[in-house]
Design a protein. Structure first.
Length: 319
């Protein structure tokens, strides 16, 4: 029968129903081979394109994992959401709003033109320019101190210690000329504090942290749960900061495709070039998905389709 017709209710359907729907989404999309694995970071090009995992975690900590839901991959751009939350928590929304912004660029995630069009303003924390400028704001007197704050926060969102994939980190470090150019350009506009090389290195490392679809669902559920990790019980950021973070995801989480994503999925989300996707349903929970084949904007094809199907089935649309 058609399981994708659930009407929105105040909360998620019962546990067994959610379990069946997650399985259905996985099964339905398993044979979908559209898109291509990212190749601009050499190590990512070697990813197994067949991998496919989905996880749902609700605000009570209940979890549903299907397929390759605990397979590790690098978090990439999805890290931007959680580093933004850390910095907004530490420095306040006004400073981050003024320095980084919250509006969509309408251009690709690694656009240099977007900077030039906006007097060097990065526009939002989800594009590379804004993310690099956000990472520069992580508190700490040294790069080591900043890194330790950054990984502690990311790990608290996931509820477990997250480690770096050294191979991806090395591979991306050897090929990230574009991000280094973006950092230099930001600095030329006096919009980046600190050493651009050091900041891009921190940013590259944050992108190389290993997570699974299950971890993404826990991290997203923490934003859905007012900043409280529903599994560990830890208050990671304030309720206000989680609300702001989800609002920024709505405007820019899927870059220039954020509008289409909101129409299709109906809840804010974030994607990464290794194939991860997270969708956050405030007050309800989050979906984490992983599938390495991407569309032209750098978003997981199967991840987006599975999330859209599940969002409909679970009645998550917030509009
Ligand atoms: O900076 C980069 O290009 C990568 N570390 C992350 C880009 C990314 O995940 C874009 N997302 N879809």
């Amino acid at each position: 029968g058609d399981v994708a017709q659930q009407v929105s209710t105040g909360s998620l359907p019962g546990w067994e129903r959610v379990d069946a729907l997650v399985r259905d989404a996985h099964e339905h999309l398993l044979a979908d081979r559209d898109g291509a694995v990212a190749d601009y970071i050499p190590t990512l090009a070697a990813a197994d394109p067949e991998l496919f995992g989905i996880a749902v975690v609700d605000v009570t900590g209940g979890a549903h994992d299907v397929g390759d839901a605990v397979t590790a991959f690098t978090i990439q751009s999805i890290s931007k959401a959680f580093v933004y939350a850390l910095v907004a928590q530490e420095l306040g929304r006004d400073l981050v709003g003024e320095r980084i912004g919250v509006n969509n660029t309408g251009l690709a995630f690694n656009s240099v033109v977007a900077l030039e069009l906006n007097d060097g303003h990065p526009m939002n924390p989800m594009v590379n320019a804004g993310a690099i400028a956000t990472t520069a704001l992580v508190p700490g007197a040294t790069a080591a101190e900043k890194w330790s704050r950054l990984t502690a926060a990311m790990s608290a969102f996931a509820g477990r210690h997250l480690a770096v994939d050294q191979e991806v980190y090395a591979s991306e470090s050897a090929t990230n000329d574009r991000n280094r150019a973006i950092a230099r350009l930001l600095r030329s506009y006096d919009r980046l504090d600190g050493d651009p090389e050091e900041i891009v290195d921190l940013y590259t490392r944050q992108c190389s942290l290993l997570v699974s679809a299950h971890d993404l669902a826990v991290m997203g559920a923490t934003l859905a749960d007012g900043g409280v990790n529903p599994v560990s019980g830890e208050q990671v950021v304030s309720d206000a900061v989680s609300r702001d973070t989800v609002a920024v995801l709505a405007s820019s989480g899927l870059y220039e495709h954020s509008g289409e994503w909101l129409l299709e999925v109906g809840v804010p989300g974030k994607s990464g070039v290794s194939g991860g996707v997270v969708a956050v349903a405030p007050g309800k929970g989050a979906i984490g998905a992983f599938s390495p084949r991407l569309d032209k904007a750098g978003n997981s094809v199967r991840g987006q389709r599975a999330t859209a199907r599940l969002s409909r089935a679970l009645g998550l649309n917030i509009f």
